[in-house]
Design a protein around this ligand. Structure first.
Ligand code: ZN
Length: 131
C-alpha cells in the first residue's frame, strides 16, 4: 500500500522540454521523437518542416513553402540586387520593389506566386450555390 501510494503519475512523466532544442534548420542526424502532435508539412524548397502555416506560401503544385524560402527563391530568379528587394504585397503576390535616394519604396513589378485559381474556384462555387 505504501509503496503503491508513492508512485504518483508525476514521476512517470519525463521532463517536458519541447522548446529546449535550438532551432536548427539543417541538422538531420539529431532526430528525436517529435513533440508536435499534428503533422507538419515540409517546405517544398528547403525540405524542412513548416512550423506555422501562417508563414507558409502555397505552391502552384499544391505544396507549401516557407515564406522566407520563397523570398529567397524569387530574389534569385528575378536577379534582384540592391537597392531592389522582394516584398510580399498580399493575396499571394510578391513584388520587386526599389528604393529611391530618399528611402521611399516603390513597386517595380509584381510577381504572382500563389495561384488565384483555387481562390477563384471556391469563390465561384460559393456564388453559384447562392443561386
Ligand atoms: Zn523552407
Amino acid at each position: 500500500m505504501d509503496s503503491r501510494k508513492r508512485r504518483k503519475p508525476k514521476n512517470k512523466r519525463p521532463a517536458a522540454t519541447p522548446q529546449q532544442r535550438p532551432r536548427s534548420r539543417m541538422i538531420f542526424d539529431d532526430v528525436e521523437v517529435p513533440q508536435v502532435v499534428e503533422p507538419r508539412p515540409n517546405c517544398s524548397i528547403c525540405g524542412q518542416p513548416i512550423e506555422s502555416i501562417i508563414e507558409a506560401i502555397s505552391e502552384p503544385d499544391g505544396g507549401l513553402s516557407h515564406f522566407d524560402c520563397v523570398l529567397e527563391r524569387l530574389r534569385e530568379r528575378e536577379h534582384v540586387q540592391e537597392p531592389d528587394s522582394v516584398s510580399y504585397v498580399g493575396h499571394g503576390n510578391f513584388a520587386v520593389v526599389t528604393k529611391d535616394e530618399e528611402g521611399r519604396y516603390s513597386i517595380k513589378y509584381r510577381i504572382q506566386y500563389e495561384s488565384n485559381d483555387d481562390y477563384a474556384n471556391v469563390k465561384r462555387q460559393v456564388e453559384e450555390s447562392k443561386k
